[in-house]
Ligand binder design. Structure first.
Ligand code: ADP
Ligand code: MG
Length: 253
């Protein structure tokens, strides 16, 4: 996609869990080369919104379009293959495996390797191609010195970046990151912000959920604010920061 083109369009999606409306007819867009923040208090419906976009949960109604094509109703695997990558709210690495192997596992889903590997007859050649792609993604995010380290031995900040590398190995157009900075030290947050800025500069589109407002203000182009499943506001971070409605949701209530 070219810069500014709409990559993700969420239109009036809704999710009910029994009587609870977790996501109440939410709509927003993400454009190419943009980092959009999805913010709101705990229980606002942010993770559920991610699950609806990525096909982990079926929406009660509404529609999600990715690169102009309807993806609602497709399986999580099919959506990932189309180019929607994600990380989860809690680290989901295989701690006993190497950094390189963790990323190689992400690479076989949908990859640059796919086309090449299809032409490679031997299992060994295919595996070598996967490892090569994994190594390339790890260099890209600054983890090139840790390829053979056990994932569980990395600092939390590095594990979060490793999860991003794993998602990148599937060659996504859009990345969804659920609280990537949670629990990180100040310096780790800065390193994460640098990685995300670099990805954006390379044309990646990113939708992220994050509570750390300083981090969000520094990194995002656009914010969508949710509370009790509803979209309260959206706009440029500087406007949102001083919006009475948003201050009320965070400080009032
Ligand atoms: P957030 O990520 O903004 O903190 P969630 O999307 O996780 O919020 O949750 C939104 C609401 O939906 C909460 O009230 C939560 O308890 C409820 N919820 C989330 N997932 C489920 C589920 N699988 N079954 C029932 N209720 C759920
Ligand atoms: Mg959440």
């Amino acid at each position: 996609p070219t810069e500014g083109e709409v990559v993700l369009e969420v239109e009036a999606i809704r999710k009910e869990f029994g009587g609870l409306v977790a996501v109440n007819d939410i709509g927003f867009r993400v454009r190419a080369g943009e980092i959009v923040g999805l913010i709101g208090p705990n229980g606002a419906g942010k993770s559920t919104t991610f699950n609806l976009i990525t096909g982990v949960l079926p929406a009660t109604c509404g529609e999600v379009r990715f690169l102009g094509k309807r993806i609602s109703g497709l399986s999580a695997r099919a959506i990932a293959r189309l180019g929607v990558g994600r990380s989860f709210q809690h680290v989901q690495l295989l701690p006993g495996m190497s950094v390189l192997e963790n990323v190689a596992l992400g690479a076989h889903l949908r990859s640059n390797v796919g086309v090449v590997a299809g032409a490679l007859h031997s299992e060994r050649a295919r595996e070598a191609a996967l490892l090569h792609e994994a190594s390339r993604q790890l260099q890209r995010v600054g983890l090139g010195d840790y390829l053979h380290e056990q994932a569980g031995n990395l600092a939390l900040g590095q594990q979060r970046i490793l999860e991003i590398a794993r998602a990148l190995a599937a060659d996504p157009v859009l990345l969804l990151l659920d609280e990537p900075a949670a629990g990180l030290r100040y310096k780790e947050k800065q390193e994460l912000a640098a990685v995300l800025s670099q990805l954006r500069a390379e044309g990646m589109s990113i939708l992220l959920v994050e509570h750390d407002m300083e981090f969000v203000m520094r990194i995002t182009n656009h914010l969508v604010v949710m509370d009790f499943g509803t979209k309260l506001a959206e706009g440029p971070p500087v406007e949102i920061q001083s919006s009475p409605v948003v201050l009320e949701a965070y400080l009032g209530g």
